[in-house]
Write a protein that binds this ligand. Structure first.
Ligand SMILES: [Zn+2]
Length: 148
């Protein structure tokens, strides 16, 4: 495979909406750093950039395992009641509140919440760091991301 120089890496990045951070790697098969249009820094092989692989943070395709869902649920004082692992962190799944009711939201929306999910539903009048329905904003943001 042809060895790219710095200018060629910059061009490659530009074609896919990334800024090349570097350093210039030995080959296209070695990882180097990039920054996406939304400001995320990540490492990726030039070869993967050239086939259109997106920013890993923006694409949120990293599948979480069941254990991750349980861990996140615990942090929020709820139970994960989804059963099967969602395909990605954007897919809505079921979370069981201490009172027994179920709310559906993606892993991602729960992960970015400033407030424990259980507190939001059990003590709706307690001081809030973010609006009560802030998860709706998160869902909207996730939908915007899908159009990328
Ligand atoms: Zn990104």
């Amino acid at each position: 495979m042809k060895k790219f120089d710095e200018e060629e890496y910059r061009d490659l990045g530009r074609r896919y909406g990334f800024e090349f951070i570097g350093p210039v790697p030995e080959s296209m098969l070695d990882r180097t750093r990039w920054r996406c249009a939304r400001g995320h820094y990540f490492e990726m092989r030039g070869a993967n950039v050239s086939i259109g692989r997106g920013c890993p943070v923006c694409s949120h395709r990293w599948r979480r395992r069941n254990a991750d869902y349980h861990t996140l649920a615990k942090k929020h004082g709820v139970e994960w009641a989804g059963g099967t692992t969602p395909k990605n962190t954007r897919e809505a799944t079921a979370w069981k509140l201490p009172g027994g009711s179920i709310v559906y939201m993606p892993y991602r929306s729960l992960a970015v919440r400033a407030r424990r999910l259980a507190d939001t539903y059990e003590h709706p009048h307690a001081p809030v760091a973010r609006p009560l329905d802030s998860h709706l904003d998160d869902v909207e943001e996730a939908l915007v991301d899908l159009s990328l």
